[in-house]
Write a protein that binds this ligand. Structure first.
Ligand code: SAM
Length: 228
């Protein structure tokens, strides 16, 4: 009885560890955020383990039922649509449910968009803060003010259709000269890092909106372009 938390690729199917593939083959059941989406990965690696869905609309009762199955001896792997389960996705409730009935939780580390973005950003990464998704409505102003005063690199997730609005709201608060990196389509064919000032990035976004999956990496408040 165990719950393996298995990190899966964020775009490039090759980004999975040998251990992750072995665990996914060996467990009794795979709990996946979207079984159809994960089916592509599982098929690619010849993984025929049965799967069940566990997503943001799954109830606590479903989490408890799965945890009960594990307590009765089943081993399970938890995967989400991309990256490290639990990072801004619904995995956390199943981890909690497993621990509540003393099922060991075993991490199988691998990709996470926030780390890939940091790695390519060129910004200081010994210390950083990850703040998850920028809220769609409430709390944006307060969030941007905290990012303005942050002395460490800040990593945020944002959806493409809100990016221009977000940069427009950030500019007067953080100032047009704040260094920022937009990491798009990480590990995929069109992976791009846009590095520069907030003002320049906003001007570019206004000219032609950026598309694809994206991570924003904001430099510490005292970071200068020539520190780059
Ligand atoms: N658990 C995932 C992880 O480990 O990064 C994050 C899941 S969250 C639901 C999805 C968000 O992660 C996307 O909206 C985007 O901000 C970011 N993301 C995921 N894959 C990405 C990629 N290939 N390139 C850039 N950002 C990505």
């Amino acid at each position: 009885m165990s719950l393996y938390i298995v990190a899966t690729p964020i775009g490039n199917l090759e980004d999975i560890t040998f251990r992750a593939v072995r665990i996914l083959k060996e467990v009794d059941l795979i709990a996946a955020e979207d079984t159809r989406h994960s089916g592509i990965l599982l098929k690619h690696y010849g993984i025929t383990t049965p799967s069940t869905s566990f997503h943001s609309h799954s109830t606590d009762a479903k989490a408890r039922a799965l945890a009960e199955e594990m307590r009765n001896g089943k081993s399970m792997a938890l995967i989400t649509d991309a990256g490290t389960p639990g990072i801004s996705d619904p995995a956390w409730t199943l981890i909690q449910a497993a621990l509540a009935v003393d099922v060991p939780v075993i991490p199988i580390p691998g990709p996470a968009a926030l780390l890939a973005a940091l790695m390519g950003s060129g910004l200081p990464m010994n210390e950083f803060v990850y703040l998850g998704f920028i809220p769609a409505k409430k709390g944006r102003q307060t969030l941007f003010e905290s990012v303005r005063d942050e002395t460490r690199t800040t990593v945020l997730y944002e959806s493409p259709h809100r990016l221009t609005k977000t940069l427009s709201q950030m500019e007067p608060i953080l100032g047009p000269d704040r260094i920022i990196v937009l990491a798009r389509e990480l590990t995929k064919m069109h992976e791009t890092f846009h590095r520069g000032t907030l003002g320049a990035l906003l001007a570019q976004a206004k000219k032609q909106p950026f598309k694809g999956e994206m991570v924003l990496v904001v430099a510490p408040e005292n970071f200068k372009l020539n520190d780059y």
